[in-house]
Design a binder for this molecule. Structure first.
Ligand code: ATP
Length: 269
């Protein structure tokens, strides 16, 4: 995945409503955070500082990237997005230079959201990851996050599946002010996500009638699994020259997705 650090990425037309299965408290917290960012003066009058950085943590495919995009969209911010592994370099100083240039570019094009997925590759515990290059890169990130840089207009969002791997210095308030857990969805969450991903798709009546049951029977599925379930069903219907998703298309997709999920679980072991 080659990613440019110098220009923002186009954002899809999404809002927080497109992220399903978020617990209400988390949604409220995020909305409040957005308000402090949109109205910094009013917030500071009542003693709330807008956050510098937010961490989203949870299993793969639960919508962390989607949430970061929705936040950027709501803020009307340019979206600079990359992966922590994009900073891993062989030569000392290269990763650090890359971090610096990312923040410089974002400051030039503020308001901006800097989103770093798999941030554990960049901000992992110092002891564990070792190496002079990695050390320098992390130090530069910490400097950019607080070292007296004027970061107004920039929100840093990091995502990880491994919060336990992150360096404590990185997680300090003033760098990361809020950590939000984005867990696998429960039944109600899966129903919300199913509704989001079937919106605008034609479904046969029996499929429509089985969506509650689908939400109940897909325990362990992530949002990404549910999304790919309906994509697979659509493709299967199309291959069979249908113009709507039938029960057999959905059943086919469920079998495929369960196979995929199972082999993933085996790989994780
Ligand atoms: P990773 O940790 O692998 O980067 P992630 O948590 O960032 O995963 P996303 O990339 O946001 O997950 O999710 C992939 C796709 O799955 C999304 O583009 C969306 O279509 C779907 N999806 C995932 N979670 C949700 C959700 N909570 N609500 C709606 N759709 C979701």
């Amino acid at each position: 995945k080659k990613q440019s650090l110098s220009s923002p990425r186009p954002l899809p037309e999404i809002t927080l409503a497109d992220v399903g299965g978020l617990q209400n408290e988390i949604k409220q917290e995020i909305l409040q955070t957005l308000t402090t960012l949109k109205e910094p003066e009013r917030s500071e009058k009542i003693g709330i500082k807008p956050p510098q950085g937010i961490l989203l943590y949870g299993p793969p495919g639960t919508g962390k990237t989607l949430l970061a995009q929705a936040i950027a969209k709501e803020l009307g911010a340019n979206f600079f997005s990359t992966s922590g592994s994009a900073f891993n370099e062989m030569f000392v100083g290269v990763g650090a230079a890359r971090v610096r240039s990312l923040f410089q570019n974002a400051r030039k094009q503020s308001p901006a959201v800097i989103f770093i997925d798999e941030v554990d590759a960049l901000a992992g515990k110092r002891k564990a990851h070792g190496g002079e290059e990695a050390e320098k890169t992390l130090t530069e990130l910490l400097v950019q996050l607080d070292g007296g840089h004027p970061n107004e207009g920039i929100l840093f969002i990091a995502a990880t599946n491994r919060k336990d791997m992150l360096d404590e210095a990185f997680l300090r308030p003033g760098r990361i002010d809020f950590s939000f857990q984005v867990p696998l969805p429960d039944t109600q969450g899966r129903k919300e996500i199913i509704d989001i991903h079937t919106k605008g798709k034609r479904l046969a009546t029996d499929v429509l009638a089985s969506l509650d049951e689908l939400a109940e029977s897909t325990s362990g599925f992530s949002g990404a699994d549910l999304s790919s379930l309906f994509d697979t069903a659509s493709r299967h219907a199309l291959r069979n020259e249908q113009d709507m998703i039938r029960k057999q298309d959905l059943d086919y997709a469920i079998d495929r997705t369960i196979l995929g999920a199972t082999s993933r679980t085996l790989n994780d072991m």
